[in-house]
Design a protein around this ligand. Structure first.
Ligand code: GAR
Length: 214
């Protein structure tokens, strides 16, 4: 089987990049490769993780560009040097331009720390606390030009017992570290398909994504 390549975009810690690296190692999976890591932050810990694991990476500073479009154009240009089947936003804290999304249409997935469509955007844990939500979780979805609005692929939830920011963040991360590698692997194995905007998982249609219980 030829190897399936992913590009990972991140802005900070990169624990989700680490989970992809670790899952690949644990499963001894040579069929999934991270061909490039990109960050808008040259000091991101995720970049250090890429370096330590000999994964090619590049960074660009948005402040050096006049517009979101110009910045994204520069990324598109750099990405021409790398081969990838899937682009994974794993803690990438920037909104993509329409041109960028169109260029890689239906090839970009995003990991989001809430049960979408509830709480798109930032500060999701704070909102859970504020609204005393019973459930919290994480979602992986295809990216369209809206803010966290693309087709939901899968999600996983837990019951909130402790309305504490650190513990919520930690629990969401625990879920994410299972959900993201699983979904990448299902896409790699062609078990998840997104054709003509219709999502199927193992041949069954899921218009609102599939729940994964860990
Ligand atoms: C993750 O919780 C991810 O869901 C979130 O950032 C965190 C990154 O963690 N992404 C977003 O909020 C995107 N809007 P990590 O850097 O440790 O992987």
């Amino acid at each position: 089987m030829s190897s399936f390549k992913i590009a990972v975009f991140l802005s900070g810690n990169g624990s989700n990049l680490q989970s992809l690296i670790d899952t690949k190692k644990i499963n001894n999976d040579h069929s999934l490769n991270i061909s490039v890591v990109f960050s808008n932050n040259k000091n991101a810990l995720g970049i250090k993780r890429a370096k330590e694991n000999n994964i090619p990476f590049f960074t660009l500073d948005p402040k050096k560009f006049n517009s979101r479009e110009a910045f994204d154009e520069a990324i598109i240009d750099k990405l021409k040097d790398f081969d990838f089947d899937l682009l994974v936003l794993a803690g990438y804290m920037r909104i993509l331009s329409e041109k960028f999304v169109k260029t890689y249409e239906d090839k970009i997935i995003n990991l989001h720390p809430s049960l979408l469509p509830k709480y798109p955007g930032l500060n999701t844990h704070e909102k859970i606390i504020e609204n005393k939500e019973i459930h919290h979780g994480a979602t992986v979805h295809f990216v369209d030009s809206g803010l966290d609005t693309g087709q939901i692929i899968g999600y996983s939830k837990f019951e909130v017992n402790d309305y504490d920011l650190t513990s919520l963040e930690q629990k969401v991360h625990e879920i994410e570290h299972k959900l993201l590698p699983l979904i990448c692997s299902l896409i790699k194995n062609d078990e998840i398909k997104f054709i003509d905007k219709i999502l199927t998982i193992n041949g069954l249609e899921y218009s609102n994504g599939k729940e994964y219980i860990f």
